[in-house]
Design a protein around this ligand. Structure first.
Ligand SMILES: Cc1cc2nc3c(=O)[nH]c(=O)nc-3n(C[C@H](O)[C@H](O)[C@H](O)COP(=O)(O)OP(=O)(O)OC[C@H]3O[C@@H](n4cnc5c(N)ncnc54)[C@H](O)[C@@H]3O)c2cc1C
Ligand code: FES
Length: 280
């Protein structure tokens, strides 16, 4: 049964969003979960995070970066068009509790993915400091929405066109040095999450990441999304996508993503050059 697009909006350079009619998914959605969609009968299946939803109005909101065939095609769709298939909500919801002070770190389109988690943590009574990072100002999305669910928002851009010049780990370190951080949740490119976990390790602050493994069926049957966490094989689609960042085998994850190396390599190069710039 096709799922109608109620609204399609541009959020930034190569970043689009759709609000899709999906009452059953909306009424079961929880922060940290995702859907798998197919645009047409011959299309590939791609996972996208549930960024927002309304159980009352029966819609879900998805944000996507146009990186390849399916996401570019999705970016051409308009209100009135439809998605062929939509499966979800998938994955284990984020654990939400009252922890104290939480840093919510979003890199690029990961800002949209962290938004519902940030909102749920704030509603649970936590002090939420959001750190949003991107290559440049026009890629910082949902700033207003993040402001509404955070006590404080810190912005970093690689080129310094908005907020602090540098990468999110710089801002994380500043907050960690001040002390009192009880939990960090980081979502973005694998390379960013790897470095974010390395920054928190010496401070002993629990750090959750959401793994962007390649996924096919999303039900734990195909093994495509397998990763290693704490020395055990886990399937990101059914055991995650959230895991303890200090326990993830990042080398293996980056190697498995290397089937699509270009994007991750680009992130790594950008990350390293920004760290060098920030250090000088
Ligand atoms: C749980 C989860 C949630 C995600 N949420 C979002 C989101 O909210 N917004 C967003 O923009 N992106 C999200 N992604 C990544 C998104 O799924 C990929 O960008 C998308 O599949 C790219 O498809 P494509 O055909 O446009 O590009 P392709 O040319 O096929 O691939 C481009 C890049 O996308 C990734 N990718 C490709 N196929 C898959 C696949 N089947 N599963 C996972 N990654 C793949 C690879 O890293 C690759 O480098 C999420 C991934 C996971 C695993
Ligand atoms: S996507 Fe197939 S097992 Fe996770």
């Amino acid at each position: 049964m096709p799922f109608g697009i109620l609204e399609a909006k541009r959020l930034g350079e190569r970043i689009g969003s759709v609000r899709v009619e999906a009452p059953l998914i909306a009424s079961n959605a929880r922060a940290g979960q995702f859907v798998i969609l197919r645009l047409d009968e011959r299309g590939e299946r791609i996972p996208l995070t549930l960024c927002d939803w309304s159980a009352d109005e029966g819609w879900i909101f998805l944000v996507f970066q146009e990186v390849g065939k399916t996401t570019r095609h999705l970016g051409t769709l308009k209100a009135g068009d439809a998605l062929q298939d939509l499966v979800g909500p998938l994955g284990v919801p984020s654990e939400i509790d009252r922890y104290g002070k939480v840093l919510c770190v979003g890199g690029g389109v990961g800002i949209a993915a962290i938004h519902p988690i940030c909102r749920a943590l704030k509603e649970a009574g936590n002090e939420v400091v959001s750190i949003l990072g991107a290559r440049s100002a026009e890629l910082i999305i949902l700033e207003e929405e993040m402001g509404l669910v955070s006590d404080r928002v810190i912005i970093t851009t690689d080129d310094g066109s908005k907020g602090h010049k540098g990468v999110v780990t710089w801002a994380m370190e500043e907050e960690l040095k001040r002390g009192g951080v009880d939990l960090v949740v980081a979502i973005g490119p694998a390379v960013m999450m790897k470095f974010a976990s390395a920054v928190t390790r010496p401070y002993g602050v629990p750090t959750r990441v959401s793994l962007n493994s390649i996924m096919l069926d999303g039900t734990g049957m195909c093994g495509t999304c397998r990763c290693e966490v704490g020395g055990e094989t886990r399937f990101a689609c059914v055991h995650g996508p959230e895991f303890d960042g200090h326990e993830v085998d990042w080398g293996l994850l980056l190697e498995r993503l290397s089937a699509y190396r270009e994007e991750e390599e680009e992130s790594l190069k950008r990350y390293l050059s920004s760290t060098e710039t920030a250090a000088h």
